[in-house]
Write a protein that binds this ligand. Structure first.
Ligand SMILES: NC(=O)c1ccc[n+]([C@@H]2O[C@H](COP(=O)([O-])OP(=O)(O)OC[C@H]3O[C@@H](n4cnc5c(N)ncnc54)[C@H](O)[C@@H]3O)[C@@H](O)[C@H]2O)c1
Length: 370
């Protein structure tokens, strides 16, 4: 068991990473000071795979924990699911002393965390992330949110969990595409902050992709350390935390331009990083060899869905709708070298648009015809 502390003054909390942690959730959380059973929020699929171990362990420590199951998928991260959660909490006579255990990936974490942030003006919650993406990224930092028709994560809050339990064994049941999607985020974290982690990924990729215990644990621990350090220095995303958006500006636009149907979030970030590397290299920020080295790693993580059929107009329209994007002062994250990021301000819109046109043309031409 490894413990990384997210140091946020009065809201300091531990991220536990280890194999088989879900089977010890009860005793671990009892030691953290919780006295009664939580309300578990999860989805059917995750509950079928990992619910019994969690329930049994909570049962021993606290007695029976009630379970609220939500639909599986991004489209359920919305206000009608949220309302169902509030109503279920009220039916269960939850009160200000209740707490929530979110068991699942980023979707469950984001909506259960938002429910915890708002129910009775805020109750504690613990996240037990079961996807690689949620273990290395969304479970750390306290950003919780739901989607509305006008955009993703537009309604949200900062509500730090009281603890995070990342059981790396849970990743063994994860579909391979989901695993790879999380791994692109690990590459992102390494690219902006840690050359040693990049080298480790290059050396151990096969072991990581087959979820070998030692390798996957190392990767989760290191990625959590990076995310925790960035969040500690900029909890509310006013400055440094923006470097976590590396690959995300263009990544988000790709997801939006394809109606969130074609790419997993991590895959879009994979493409976003490749685009940022190419653009950064055109701007003279990163050497050609380093660019090629990182693109090769991204491609080794797995096949990225094709960019065919995506027009520069749709990509540009989506960029302009991004809540983090302001056409008056376009900011983007680039690499100065591998393991070191830099925020560039005042990017010329016309230059970025021309680059995107070239990038799409080039990628679409070099793809094999279907
Ligand atoms: N809060 C943040 O800081 C933050 C950061 C990044 C992403 N996010 C959010 O995270 C969400 C994406 O999260 P995700 O990629 O984890 O997707 P997800 O929660 O939809 O999970 C992906 C799929 O894997 C299944 N699954 C989960 N754990 C499993 C397991 N152990 N075995 C088998 N199947 C399992 C889920 O049921 C789902 O079908 C998005 O909504 C995104 O906005 C939030």
């Amino acid at each position: 068991l490894k413990t990384i502390h997210v140091e946020l003054k009065d809201r300091r909390y531990p991220v536990f990473v280890g194999q088989g942690l879900l089977g010890h959730a009860g005793s671990l959380l009892r030691r953290r000071g919780f006295a009664a059973a939580p309300v578990i929020i999860t989805n059917r699929r995750v509950f079928r795979l990992h619910g019994p171990a969690v329930l049994q362990s909570l049962d021993k420590a606290f007695g029976r924990a009630p379970v609220i199951k939500i639909g599986d998928g991004e489209r359920f991260k919305d206000h009608s699911t949220l309302l169902k959660i509030y109503k279920a909490l009220i039916r269960l006579h939850a009160n200000r002393k209740s707490w929530i255990l979110a068991l699942g990936g980023g979707v469950v974490g984001d909506i259960a965390g938002y429910a915890a942030a708002t129910f009775m003006r805020g109750i504690p919650w613990v996240m037990a992330p079961t996807t690689l993406l949620s273990q290395v990224d969304s479970s750390v930092g306290g950003k919780v949110a739901i989607n509305v028709a006008e955009g993703k994560n537009l309604i949200g809050a900062f509500h730090q969990p009281s603890a995070v339990l990342s059981d790396t064994n849970a990743l063994r049941t994860l579909p391979k595409r989901e695993l790879r999607s999380g791994l692109y985020e690990v590459v992102r974290s390494a690219a902006i902050q840690s050359e040693p982690l990049l080298c480790y990924l290059e050396r151990k990729l096969p072991g990581i992709l087959s979820v070998r215990s030692r390798e996957i644990e190392h990767v989760v621990v290191e990625a959590v350390r990076i995310k925790a350090a960035v969040v500690e220095s900029d909890e509310r995303e006013s400055g440094l935390r923006m470097i976590l958006n590396y690959g995300h500006t263009i990544g988000h636009a790709l997801e939006a331009a394809t109606d969130y149907k074609k790419f997993k979030h991590g895959e879009a970030v994979g493409w976003g990083m490749i685009a940022a590397l190419e653009y950064g290299s055109e701007l003279g920020l990163l050497g050609v060899d380093q660019k090629a080295q990182l693109i090769q790693l991204i491609q080794r993580v797995g096949p990225l869905p094709s960019l065919r059929g995506i027009s520069v107009e749709s990509l540009w329209d989506s960029l302009m709708l991004d809540k983090k994007f302001s056409s008056a002062d376009i900011r983007m994250v680039f690499l100065r070298k591998l393991g070191q990021a830099e925020i560039r301000t005042r990017i010329e819109p016309a230059s970025l648009r021309k680059f995107l046109q070239r990038f799409l043309n080039h990628q679409q031409r070099s793809e094999p015809r279907p």
